[in-house]
Structure formats: structure tokens, C-alpha cells
Design a protein. Structure first.
Length: 301
């Protein structure tokens, strides 16, 4: 989610917990070590994902986008948002260099991150290509954008790999919604952008499906420990890297004003569907004997 300030109502508020993100945060529920059986199950899950992607989901930047149908007259606000998407993807070296060491001994998760990095690399390149081919950005502007991004370094928002897989699940569904909602706004005004967002959105939905099922595997193996990390993420979620830009407030407002993503969408189209798909109840997400007030998300549970 985008946070410049918290304006959520009590009904919108997520569960409040004593845990906060950060490398020095203290976990109230210890995580169960990963057994050889669990590692083998995770690797099988990755192979199923990878094999299906190889059969059905690979696409090509040069040949699968109708580049001759880019629209230079498309609203500059749309181009600004595509640039924001592109900027977030440019932090890929940080994402991979920080995430892979957490799971180096977990082949399924480490290999998935390598594959995920390849797909996110394509997303970055295809959006950069659109900005240039549509003439909404010049080569010089793109170089300045990259210089600005690479002058900052993204850090892990959570201190352990279990929390990060929970976070990635929410982030992938939220990212899919960004592209899905953007396509609805664009319609047929720019067939090239519409097509590339469709392809990228399919990838993001597949990523979400993989990570959600992975969280489900962890819930089966260590429900208490995984629920603790879900609490932390639900309560403190933010979209990656957006806060690192010089014009963060402007970019956030553009996304919210077009109803591409906001607090309501986060609660009702990200949090609620994920906890339902995981078979987790709101009652489970309320920590017992917490000294802090607990507020349930949206409806009864």
C-alpha cells in the first residue's frame, strides 16, 4: 500500500500487533525450522510452477507487442504511472541480492527467485521500451530516471524469510491489481500498452498464485509461526520502493486519483481474498492476550 499518512477508518484498519517490520524486530512466536521433507515439497511446488510457465506463459518483447500502435497522445498522467511501475522494477538487483541470501539453502525458493528475477527483468524492459517508442520519454530522460533509482538502495522490509514470503504474496496480488486496473482505464487508446500490461499482469497473477500456495505450505507445517508473520505483514504492508523517489507524494496521488490502488482496494481486494484463500480466519489473526487494541478487518470473521 502507499503510505504518506494513515487515513484508514477503524473498519478499514488491519489487525494491530506488537510486531513491526525491521531487522531488529522481535518475533513473539518462534518459527519452526524447515525439515528436509518441507524443502522437498517446496521444490516440487516450484517445478510445477516452472514447467507450466515454460509450456504456457513465455512471451517475447519484440514480437508479442504491437509496437506500431503506441499512442504518443495518451495522457501524460498515464505515462507518469508507467514510469513509476518501471522505476519500481529497476530495483530488481536489490530485491534479488537481499532475498536470495535468506533462502540460499532452500532450493525451491532460491530457484523461484532466480526465475522471478528473469520475469521481472522483462517487465522492466518492456515498460521502458513503451516509454521510448511512444515518445513519452526520451533516451536522456530514461538515463536520468535510472541514475536517480540507482542512487538509492532498497532494504528488506522484514527480518526473516517467512515474513518475506507473506509480504511477497500481498505485493504480487497488489501489483496485479495495479496493471489490471490500469488496463481498464486505457482501454483501446493504446493497443501496445494494453497488450504489454495484459502480458505482465498474467505473469504477476502467476507469481501471486505461487507465493500464496507457498504460504499455504508453511501454514500446514507451522501454522502458529506463519500466522505471526501474516499479522506483521497485513498490519504494516507497503508497496516496495515507492517511498524512495523524490516525488513520492505526486506518484502516490496519481495512482490513488485514478483508483488504480488505494487503502480500500488493499483491504477488500488484497487482504480479504488472500486470507480467505489461505483458509485463515480473522479470529486466528487476533493475537491472544495482546496488550494492544485489536481491530478486525472489514466484516465479521
Amino acid at each position: 500500500m502507499y503510505h504518506t499518512e494513515d487515513k484508514r477508518s477503524d473498519k478499514q484498519a488491519t489487525l494491530r500487533s506488537a510486531s513491526v517490520p525491521g531487522k531488529n524486530s522481535v518475533e513473539e512466536v518462534p518459527l519452526k525450522p524447515e525439515s528436509p521433507e518441507l524443502l522437498a515439497k517446496i521444490y516440487r511446488h516450484f517445478r510445477e510452477y516452472f514447467d507450466k510457465a515454460e509450456r504456457k506463459r513465455r512471451w517475447h518483447i519484440e514480437t508479442d507487442i504491437p509496437w506500431d500502435k503506441c499512442n504518443p497522445s495518451l495522457s501524460p498522467a498515464i505515462a507518469d504511472i508507467v514510469e513509476t511501475f518501471c522505476n519500481v522494477e529497476l530495483f530488481l538487483p536489490d530485491y534479488l541480492s537481499k532475498l536470495i541470501p535468506q533462502v540460499r539453502a532452500n532450493r525451491g525458493r532460491a530457484w523461484m527467485l532466480a526465475n522471478w528475477g528473469y520475469e521481472e527483468c522483462k517487465h522492466s524492459m518492456v515498460m521502458s521500451d513503451w516509454l521510448l517508442k511512444s515518445r513519452h520519454r526520451s533516451e536522456e530522460q530514461m538515463a536520468d530516471m535510472e541514475h536517480e533509482v540507482f542512487s538509492h538502495e532498497w532494504e528488506l522490509p522484514y527480518d526473516n524469510a517467512r515474513a518475506m514470503v507473506c509480504y511477497t504474496t500481498f505485493q504480487e496480488l497488489a501489483t496485479w491489481l495495479h496493471y489490471h486496473n490500469m488496463r481498464k482505464i486505457i482501454g483501446n487508446e493504446d493497443p501496445a500498452l494494453n497488450k504489454l500490461l495484459a502480458l505482465v499482469a498474467i505473469d504477476e497473477r502467476a507469481h501471486y498464485d505461487f507465493f500464496r500456495k507457498l504460504v499455504g505450505i508453511y501454514l500446514e507445517d507451522d501454522r502458529a509461526g506463519t500466522l505471526e508473520q501474516l499479522r506483521r505483514v497485513i498490519n504494516t504492508f507497503k508497496m516496495p520502493a515507492i517511498h524512495m523517489f523524490a516525488d513520492t507524494a505526486k506518484r502516490v496521488n496519481e495512482v490513488k486519483n485514478m483508483r488504480i490502488f488505494d487503502e480500500d482496494i488493499y483491504i477488500y481486494e488484497v487482504v480479504d481474498p488472500i486470507i480467505q484463500a489461505l483458509g485463515v480466519t480473522r479470529k486466528e489473526l487476533r493475537r491472544r492476550n495482546s496488550p494492544r487494541e485489536i481491530v478486525a478487518m472489514g466484516g465479521a470473521g
